[in-house]
Structures are given as C-alpha cells and as structure tokens.
Design a protein around this ligand. Sequence first.
Ligand code: CAA
Ligand code: NAD
Length: 293
Amino acid sequence: MPIQKVGVVGCGLMGSGIAQVAAQSGFATVVREVSQEVLDKGLKGIEKNLARLVEKGTITEAARGEIRGRLTGTTKLEDFKDCDVVVEAIIEQLPVKRELYAALDGICKPATIFASNTSSLTIIEMATATKRPQRFVGLHFFNPVPVMKLVEVVKSIATDDAVYEEMVEFGAKLGKTPVRASDSTGFIVNRLLVPYLLDAIRALEEGAGSITDIDNSMKLGCGYPMGPFTLLDFVGLDTTYYIADIMFNEFRERRFAPPPLLKRMVLAGWNGRKSGRGFYDYADPTNPKASNL
Ligand code: CAA
Ligand code: NAD
C-alpha cells in the first residue's frame, strides 16, 4: 500500500518543519505535541511559513488552503493509529524517546513504519523499545526543514531491506535528496559538523576571538552561510548539548565533549534563538547582539 497518512511527533523546530513539508508534499499529516499551547505555537510557525510562500508567489492562496487542510494538530497519540509512517522529532533523550516508541507500538497498526529524526542516538537503541525493529529507520532532516534539501536515511542492523528502500523513496517524495547512512552515531553530517561547532566554543573559551569575529571569519573567510555561533543558536544549545553528550559517550573523544561554557548556558536556560538568548541576544530579532559571556 502506498504511504498516504504521515504522523509527526513533536511540533518544535524540526517537527513543525517536517509536518509542513509532509503536508506540502500531498500527505494527510497529523502532528502531535505535549500540550495545546505548544502545539498552537508550532502550527502558527507553519502558517507563517505558508503565508510567506504565498506572498512570494511560490504557492497560490488555494494551494495554501489545501496544504493547511491536509494538516491536523493533536495532543493524543491515539490519532496515529492509522498512520502509514510516524516520524518522531521530540527531545534528544533516549529514555523519553524509548517511552514514546513503546506507547506508539501499542497504538499504531502493525504495518506502520517508525522513523526517528534523531541527531545522535543510534536507531537500534530506539527500535528495541518496540516489537517492530524491522520496520524502524532513521530519517534525519536538517534545519530549517522546508529549505534544506538533504535527508539522511538510516538503516539499522534490524531494518528490513524493503522498508528501507520505501523510506529512501519517501524522502525523495518529500522533495529531499536522500543519502544512505549506516547506524553510526551522528550518521554522516553530525560526525563532521558537531566537532566543528564544539571547537568554535572552545576557541571562544580560549580567547581566539570574539563571537562576532569568529562568526564573521567562517562566513566571510570560508563562505559558510552562517557563522558557528549563529548556527549553534539556530540549532538550539540544549539540543547541541544532548547531541555532544551522546556522541562523547559513544566515541570517548575530546572533539565530541560538550565544552563547559555550553553546559553553563544550557543550565541558565540560554538555549539559543528559540529561547530568545544564546550566544546572541534576540530581544530585537532583526538585530541580534553578541552576548557578554
Ligand atoms: N523556515 C522556512 N523557510 C526559511 C526559514 C525557516 N526557518 N529560514 C529561512 N527560510 C527561507 C527564506 O524564506 C528564503 O526563501 P526564498 O529564497 O524562497 O526567499 C530562504 O530560506 C533564504 O532565507 P534568507 O534570505 O532569509 O536567509 P539566508 O539566505 O541566510 O538563508 C538559511 C537562511 C537557509 C537558514 C541559511 O542561512 C543556511 O543555510 N544556514 C545554515 C543552516 C544549516 O547549516 N542547517 C543545518 C543545521 S545542522 C542540522 O540540522 C542537523 C542536526 O542534527 C543538528
Ligand atoms: P525542540 O526542542 O524545538 O522540539 C522538541 C519538541 O518535542 C518540543 O516542542 C516538545 O514539547 C516536544 N515533545 C517532547 N516530548 C514529546 C512527546 N512525547 N510527544 C510529542 N511531543 C513531544 O527540538 P528540535 O530541535 O525540534 O529537535 C527534535 C529532534 O530533532 C531531536 O531528536 C533533535 O536531535 C533532532 N534534530 C534537531 C535539529 C536542529 O537543528 N535543532 C536538526 C536535526 C535533528
């Protein structure tokens, strides 16, 4: 049976982007959050993005209505029972994800495929919370999801070959270029990107340059679209901290170790752009000011 209905768990930075792209790609999409308040915030972000696409002439007003019509928000996991695929994009913490998958396993039909958007956990350690590890893959999207063209499709040692191929095809149907990655911590992109981002924080701690000068160096000197601190704030410092901690535990190499400054900022609730403060202060979002650290 072709995939018709997609479930997305989490409507934060990534879940909202994945839900938007799934609805834009023609799938009936249901997205779940922990409370109505958080759900409304995520849906509002999607509506803002769609309005911008209409303004730019990328989609018509009628298409916006159809896309919005395909998208339903919920706070109930039971609404995933007849989904063909469920993409999970909740907090990067293994016990929380395992608890969710165990619950979903009891609710979803046997044919439902589970796909995690995890940045750094291995797929097998989540798949074993279910009785369907053969129908479990990684689908790792990139932030902002509506714009970034890549999806890493991850096969665990237990993933069925046909399920994997179906998910590669699904990634392409979402308008992304799928790359095949093995179930190795950080897959391809984060294995290379995370040490770079953490090194930028270490460079700041060691006084190599200021936040603005390090950002400008990588932007103007190397042509990166964002400097590392702008990107860290964009990804979320809490998420980066979880990712680094998981990768360090796996590889036991300093390049993956979360720097003390990152930990202190997360403890202070400075989680980056989404919390209004990180390496930059977003009191005026159009003109972020480097934080005094
Ligand atoms: N949602 C939807 N669309 C967005 C958006 C968002 N959050 N932010 C920007 N856009 C769109 C804009 O509307 C614009 O569209 P058009 O070209 O159609 O007008 C386009 O993106 C470009 O935006 P801007 O002109 O405002 O700004 P920009 O040229 O600086 O591009 C950017 C913004 C695409 C985010 C760019 O800065 C960029 O590529 N940054 C790097 C992002 C990156 O590295 N992402 C990966 C993070 S790591 C990860 O995701 C993995 C992980 O596990 C942590
Ligand atoms: P986020 O903090 O913006 O959003 C996570 C959301 O999940 C929150 O809104 C939270 O309320 C919700 N949530 C928690 N438990 C839930 C549950 N049981 N059911 C439904 N919703 C639940 O985080 P994010 O940046 O969107 O990251 C989500 C996942 O995507 C993580 O695994 C992260 O590693 C991964 N990821 C993040 C990025 C990035 O750049 N931020 C990129 C790729 C992958």
